[in-house]
Design a protein around this ligand. Sequence first.
Ligand code: GCO
Length: 468
Amino acid sequence: SAEKVFPDSFKFGAAGASYQIEGAWNEDGKGPNIWDTFAHIPGKIKNNSTGDVACDSYHKYKEDVAILKDLGVKLYRFSISWSRIMPDGTPYNINQAGIDYYVNLVHELIDNGIEPVVTLYHWDLPQHLEDLGGWLNPRIADYFGDYARVVYKTLGPYVKYWITINEPSTTCNAGYGQGAHAPGKDLIGDGIYLCAQNNARAHAKAYRIYETEFKQQYGGKVTINVPIAMYYPKTTSSLDAEAAERTFEFNVGLYANAIFKSNWPQVVIDRVANRSKLEGYSFSRLPEFSQEEIEYISGTYDYFALNMYTSNIVEYADEGEISTPTIWLDQGTITSADPSWPKSASSWLNSDPPGIRHVLNKVQEKYNPSEIVITENGWSDTGELDDQKRITYYKEYMSNILDAILEDGINVTGYTLWSLLDNFEWAEGFTQRFGIIQVDFDSPSRTRTYKSSAHWYKRVIQARAIVD
Ligand code: GCO
C-alpha cells in the first residue's frame, strides 16, 4: 500500500522538565530556585499548587524510564535543575547528590536504549542569581557558562543532543514582561528586551564553551529552542501581511535571529527605535549588541530545535487599538484565534494541524538549518484517561510533519512530544494536563496510568506510521 512511513532517521520521543516533574524541591542539598519562591507565594498559581512534589520523578525516575522503554521511544528530553547541582547557582558550591541524580537518570536511559536530550535551563533559575538581577543582569552569561561547563563535564560522554535554554521568549515575556511566571517581574518592554539580550549572550557562552572544550571529545550538538506559532495574516492586505511577519520577528526573531542569522531582526530594531523616540526616550529600549558580540553569538547552533503547538491570526493595529503598552505597541499587531479551530484546556492552544507544516517550511526558508528537532508539541485537557481529542491532535499534527519530511524535503530527525506525564503547568498549576500518561496527584505514590493516547503512540512508534 501507499502508507507513508517515517524515515529511519526520524526518532520518536517524549519530553518533560525539572520543575514540572521532579518534586523533591528541598531534598538532598538542592537550593531554592525562582519557581520554588514564586509558587510558594499565595495567589500566584491556580489553587496555590506548587511543584514541591509534582510527579515525584526525583524518586520515580526508574519507573518513568520503564514507561519510556515500554512505549518504544528513542529520545527522552528532560531538563537539569540548576540549583539541584549548584544550590546558589555558582561553581563555589557543587551538590554531588544532585549530579548523581542526573548521572543515574542518564545511565538508566542509555541502559534502556533511550537517548537523552538535555535542556540546561527550563526556567528554574537559582534564587541567588535572581537576587543578583536574574536575566536582567548581563553577568548571567558568565554564571550560565560555568554551570554549563559543570554539566558538560559530568554528562558530556553520554549526551549527543543539548539545548541550552528552553523558550527564552516565554521567560522574557511571562517572567520579566507580564509577571505571570517566576520571577514575577512586570517590566513590559524594557524588561523583555534586556532579558532577550542576556538570553542570547548566555546561550552563546554555553555554546562556545562546548565548542572549544568538549566538542572534539564528545561530538554532541548544541542549540537553543524557540517556540514558534504559525501566524496567518487576517486579510490579503499588505498591512496584515507585514503585521504577521512582524509578529514572527518580535516573538521568534527576537530570540533566534542573533543566533541563526546575525543581530536583532531589522524590523525589530526599526520599530523599537521609532516607538522609543515617540515615547520621549533619548535611546532605543532595544539594547544594542557590540560588533564583537554579534559575531560571538552568530552561528552558535548545530541544529534547530522548535516547540510548536498552535496558530494565530494576525492583523495590523495602530496605537489607538492596542490597550496593553510597549511591546505590543512596538509590534503593532493584534492576534486572535480562528473560531473554527478546536480549543484545548489552555487559552493559547488551539488545533490547526497545517500550521506545523507551514512553520517547518518557514524555519527552513528563513534559517536554513541542516537538521530540525521538534522538541515540544502537544495538547491540554483536564486529565481524562480516554483522551480522544489528544489522539486526534497528534494524528493530524504528526501527519503534517510527515508531509513536511516526505513532500517538502525538510530534515526533521526527532520529535519529543509534550508531555510524557501530566505535570505542573506553571501558573496553571495542575488544572491543564498535557501528559500521555496520567499522574494521580492525590495519591502519595503519584500513580502513573496510561491514557488512550499512550497506547496509540506506542502503536505509532511500532508501525513508524500514523495509525488509528
Ligand atoms: C514550554 C514549556 C512547557 C509547557 C508546555 C505547555 O516550553 O512552554 O516547555 O514547560 O508546559 O509548553 O504549556
